[in-house]
Write a protein that binds this ligand. Structure first.
Ligand SMILES: [Zn+2]
Length: 290
């Protein structure tokens, strides 16, 4: 099991659902050229990019345990979801996620809050589970915290073209209908030790989650970055970005802020262990695993 991060009386545990070579790297990063790939091959392969050329990705949640709450940041892909365009996520039936919770002595009923960094299919899946043919909240006692503008953006898209975002239909709207959502701004402060930082670009109103106090803290990035390659080349967008140029500016602003600091980066899709500190690397940023 991946090691937790301890910050005073709070611990952060990765809960992995899936890890492996999922997408062809050249399709995933449309701006990546063969020349740049070749220049960086020695440090990228095989840990970050498989010999096949597929990007190694981790699909995981982070559980924040405080003395008062169990908080889950993002909820992976989930089971029994119809995802025909993504064969490795289509009708998944895996017990790995729930076993990850159980290894910490928790069940789905022990989760007090779910925080959704953004509303993409691999971050909202376990929001719901199938019960008697209906999608119901998996975490029955939890409040699900989402950005108002992110939710409005996807709700509108689902209304106009539901087939383009089935995860909104089966994993987000049932939470709203069950009245389990808490809709906030993307700079929401949950308390003085847990606050959201707007990191837009990958999606319309994406946020990252900062936990702890200055000098002893951790940033759960969500999808503001997918691979250390986007650290070295912050301008590299990925194929599903809402606005890749904005996502690139976000990476510069955020990594400038945390560069050479003690802040631990929990990068949701980096291969495990997905924890590192960020420093400079030419015009970009290097992630040193901890
Ligand atoms: Zn993702």
């Amino acid at each position: 099991m991946p090691m937790p991060i301890t910050l005073d009386d709070t611990t952060i545990h990765p809960i992995i659902e899936q890890e492996g070579p999922l997408f062809d790297v050249m399709s995933f990063f449309p701006a990546l050229t063969n020349e740049v790939f070749d220049e960086n091959r020695s440090w990228l392969q095989p840990h970050f990019i498989a010999p096949s050329g597929a990007l190694m990705l981790c699909i995981q949640s982070f559980l924040i345990r405080t003395p008062h709450h169990n908080i889950l940041v993002d909820t992976c892909v989930g089971n029994h979801k119809e995802r025909p365009t993504r064969p490795f996520w289509h009708r998944m039936n895996s017990d790995r996620f729930e076993k990850g919770l159980a290894a910490l002595g928790l069940t789905v009923d022990d989760i007090d809050y779910v925080m959704c960094t953004h509303l993409h299919t691999d971050h909202v899946g376990w929001n719901t589970r199938l019960e008697n043919g209906r999608w119901v909240p998996t975490f029955r006692k939890a409040r699900y915290i989402m950005s108002d503008r992110e939710l409005a953006h996807w709700t509108e898209r689902e209304k106009n073209d539901p087939s383009s975002c089935p995860w909104i239909t089966d994993s987000v709207l049932p939470i709203i209908q069950a009245k389990r959502a808490q809709i906030v701004k993307s700079d929401y402060a949950f308390n003085e030790r847990l606050q959201f930082i707007p990191t837009p670009g990958h999606t319309f109103d994406h946020f990252s989650v900062l936990v702890g106090q200055t000098g002893h803290d951790c940033l759960i990035t969500g999808d503001m970055i997918h691979s250390p390659l986007q650290g070295k080349y912050p301008r590299f967008g990925m194929m599903s970005d809402y606005d890749s140029a904005q996502a690139g500016r976000t990476r510069q602003v955020i990594f400038d802020r945390f560069c050479d600091s003690a802040t631990v980066m929990c990068a949701s899709h980096f291969p495990s262990p997905s924890t590192s500190r960020v420093g400079r690397w030419g015009d970009g940023y290097k992630f040193t695993p901890i």
